[in-house]
Write a protein that binds this ligand. Sequence first.
Ligand code: CU
Length: 119
Amino acid sequence: MHIKSFTYKIFFLIILIICSCSKENINESEPVNHDLDYNLAWHSGTSYDTTIQVGQTIIWTWGGGTHNLRSTGGVETFDSGYSSTYGFSFSHTFTVVGTTTYVCDPHESHMYGSVTVIE
Ligand SMILES: [Cu+2]
């Protein structure tokens, strides 16, 4: 009886150690902070009005089809060029306060957006 309860104590101790170890691992593997990036899908039927802070980056990721992403007015200029590769991505880091509009040229009626940069 004595030996049995001792065995249970050892078993409990081992379980406790395993639990505390795995908890530590969870804390270490917390996701990287992506607060500074905005990820937007870029395919037919996507339009956005996005407000960000100076220095933040927007990443557009292509769905199916042939698309480009070109600024059409405002305070910043950018042009991705054309790509028909699914998963292609284009990013721009905004450094000027104000609003910039953009469009996908072949799909200007349903692929467009604006980015408003605030201090
Ligand atoms: Cu398009």
